[in-house]
Write a protein that binds this ligand. Sequence first.
Ligand code: G3P
Ligand code: MG
Length: 365
Amino acid sequence: MAANEKRTGVAFAFDIDGVLLKGPKVLPGARETIKALQENNIPFIFLTNNGGATEEAHIKKLSNLLDLPLTVEQFIQSHSPFKALVPKYGDKTILALGGHGQQVRQLAHAYGFKNVLISSDIMAGCENLHPFPEMTRAHHEEHGCSPTAQGHAQALLTTPIAAILMWTSPRDWCLDLQLIRDLLLSEGGRIGTRSGKNGDGALPRHGFQQDGQPALFFSNPDVEWVTPYAFPRLAQGAFREALKAIWAHDTDGRAELQYTLYGKPSTTTYEYAEQALLDYHGSMSKEEEEEANSGKEIRTVYMIGDNPESDIQGANGFQSSRGLEWKSVLCETGVYVAGTEPRHKPTYQARNVREAVQLALREEG
Ligand code: G3P
Ligand code: MG
């Protein structure tokens, strides 16, 4: 594509892990491709199921890795839609799971949740909660609010937990599974209680998850993701499947686990991403006036991804309420293995991100 050539009507949503990066390494062609889109004023966003830090921190990291200027308006991650939960849960107590210690509390605070517990707060003051604490005791003591301290988190431990938000991959599955199960069987989200006639949770008073237990939110459906290791690694979706199996056992199959799921391929995330893309395009047009696509509408969005079950399924199934058409391009640089039959067939297939963008621009003329 020639520099400063103007194109209209097309925009891109880039997956990150497995398309632009593999671990901390930039994949070949990624930088040049993004740079060319910038030079040609073609709007794009990043749409990742990654998380664990603020959008500002993540875009800064990506900008450093690609060595290109990027703005936070272009960055949508798995838990970005949690922002919409602040009006409902911002003043209530939430349990923030996933990620590393205090970082997830700081992240939840940055979003506007005022009363945030993390698993270490509960562990730090409860000797027997986790039957195998020897691997993690030092971590919880470092990150959790000490039982003798009069801190904010310490006071929250006696309040009902209104929501459990899983921000990114859980590190200690055993503890987090235990905590979620306890709270889903509790009386009104109070730690250390059990709903039910016998207080054993087996016969809940009003049916499972009907006694004021916390609402449960997950941010990333991916069962696996790509890292520098030879084979994909388990992600948050695998944890959710494990919890569902425990819940099926607990309820003897009588009640399905109730939860809300964000992240690709959920409609909420694609809705959120489309709005962010249009907002970003609007600000881009304003700034660049005649230079950019000012006044020209985005008609088609190409989702460039490596995971058929999140990137491709999501883009294929998304019905834009604003009349945009979403197409998908599956790259061979991540989760998807070249030569195999993808579970969700993309609109197009390409070897890497450079080819994917070239193909899309050719198609859109
Ligand atoms: O599921 C883990 C996450 O890191 C995947 O990120 O960019 O491939 O959506 P991404
Ligand atoms: Mg990916």
